[in-house]
Design a protein around this ligand. Structure first.
Ligand SMILES: Nc1nc2c(c(=O)[nH]1)N[C@H]1C(S)=C(S)[C@@H](COP(=O)(O)O)O[C@H]1N2
Ligand SMILES: [Mo]
Length: 414
């Protein structure tokens, strides 16, 4: 997103010129445009470059999700990847891959070291992994009482193929002190207030997760440069954990001797109560009462058919989708057409690599005409399955892994 305003918040002359050329006519009452207001044509279309079926949940900051049926591909295409911004992406002009650098620093780094992207590409081995990035708030709309924040339904998730170098290779090059316990990222996005230097979000993971083979500093997704909205030209990619740990527009990684304490690491951000609480109950937000979300829970999605399918020529329906389980693997997927009274085992593929989602499919033979719901439930390697109803309520509405379901009407004329 461009910065069209001057320090006082009014439109710059250059922005007015851009606007006039965009609309191809004189901009009436331009002198009346209030401070901090961006004329609509300059805002652009948030859907630009995205599938027209994507659903915008908020436009400032931009948040958009994919309806479940758009997530049918084993590797999510870029135009169907959800977007979750906490602030404003850096401007297109400021993102110059040849000038961009990554700095490793922090009290537990043996030295401070800066790499250009060319150096990263040249010094370290390249790896590509398909990684599940799911927003911690995916499914939030299913909580009652409602939790504030973007009302994600099912589509705050993607599994794309990321290419980059292993963070562990970079960290080995820099050298870690024995007391390193955590890493934290810093990105170049702007705070909504546009206050210079104000950090929007700076999260991280324990050093053990940071040093996993699949933790990448990536410059490409699905074989192409990372699009601006997804963190160009460099991003941290951490599969299986809340996607908020995958820092976009990455410029610095700090190696910490404490649990990283950047913005959105504390309070109720990406944290859940350590004890079950009553839905809606208010508890004091302290480190004792809350824990940081780590591996995401087991979950699955029906990506085909689209909810609302009508069967008119045959009572047999092929259904398919994906299943994933944070750091774990999915061992079984079951589907039900009778609200969970009986379950039918689906066939399930192995993941392409660790932390990728798995494809499942099943053939349903409906007993007679009528309205049905198809429910899907996955089970992980620890034997944990998805709940059919709302899981443990929490103040920010994280981790809703309740079963996904679709409506199907069978109307076959005999
Ligand atoms: N610098 C930066 N990194 C960020 C964010 C952000 O706002 N700024 N949002 C985080 C959150 S909450 C999520 S869910 C993912 C979303 O990644 P995507 O927009 O590429 O799907 O990016 C994470 N990384
Ligand atoms: Mo997120």
């Amino acid at each position: 997103m461009n910065d069209y305003h001057n320090r006082r918040g009014f439109l710059k002359k250059s922005a007015l010129a851009t606007l006039a050329s965009l609309v191809g006519t004189h901009v009436m009452f331009a002198e009346n445009i209030p401070a901090k207001v961006t004329p609509l044509p300059l805002l652009g279309d948030p859907i630009d470059g995205k599938d027209p079926g994507m659903v915008v949940l908020s436009d400032r900051p931009l948040n958009m999700e994919a309806p479940a049926h758009l997530l049918d591909d084993p590797v999510t295409p870029v135009d169907k990847m959800f977007v979750r911004n906490n602030g404003l992406p850096p401007s297109e002009e400021s993102v110059d891959p040849s000038a961009w650098t990554l700095t490793i620093e922090g009290e537990s780094a043996k030295q401070k070291r800066t790499y250009t992207i060319a150096e990263l590409k040249q010094r370290f081995k390249h790896h590509t992994y398909q990684l599940v990035l799911e927003c911690g708030g995916n499914g939030r709309s299913g909580y009652y009482p409602p939790a504030s924040g973007n009302q994600w339904t099912q589509g705050g998730i993607h599994c794309a193929a990321w290419t980059g170098v292993r963070l562990k290779d970079i960290l080995a090059d820099v050298g870690l002190k024995d007391n390193a316990v955590y890493i934290g990222y810093y990105g170049k996005d702007l705070h909504l207030s546009r206050e210079a230097g104000k950090v929007v979000i700076s999260r991280g993971v324990p050093i053990k997760k940071a040093l996993e083979d699949e933790t990448l500093v990536a410059w490409a997704v699905n074989g192409q440069d990372i699009p601006l909205v997804h963190g160009a030209p460099l991003r941290l990619v951490i599969g299986g954990w809340p996607a908020s740990t995958s820092g976009k527009w990455l410029h610095t990684i700090s190696v910490r001797n404490i649990v990283h304490d950047g913005p959105k690491m504390g309070g109720s951000s990406y944290r859940v109560p350590v004890m079950p609480i009553q839905p809606g109950e208010e508890i004091e937000v302290t480190d004792k009462n809350f824990r940081i979300i780590e591996s995401m829970p087991v979950k699955s999605l029906i990506s085909h058919p689209k909810s609302g399918a009508v069967l008119s020529s045959s009572r047999v329906l092929s259904v398919r989708g994906h299943a994933w389980a944070g750091d774990l693997e999915v061992t079984e997927v079951n589907i039900s057409i009778d609200y969970g009274c009986t379950w039918q085992k689906a066939s399930l593929n192995a993941p392409k690599n660790r932390l990728a989602w798995q494809q499942w499919s099943a053939k349903i033979d409906f007993p007679q005409n009528g309205y049905y719901e198809v429910w899907v439930k996955a089970t992980d390697t620890k034997g944990v399955s998805q709940p059919m109803v709302m899981p443990q309520w929490n103040p920010k509405g994280y981790l809703n892994n309740a079963c996904h379901r679709i409506a199907v009407k069978v109307a076959v004329s005999s």
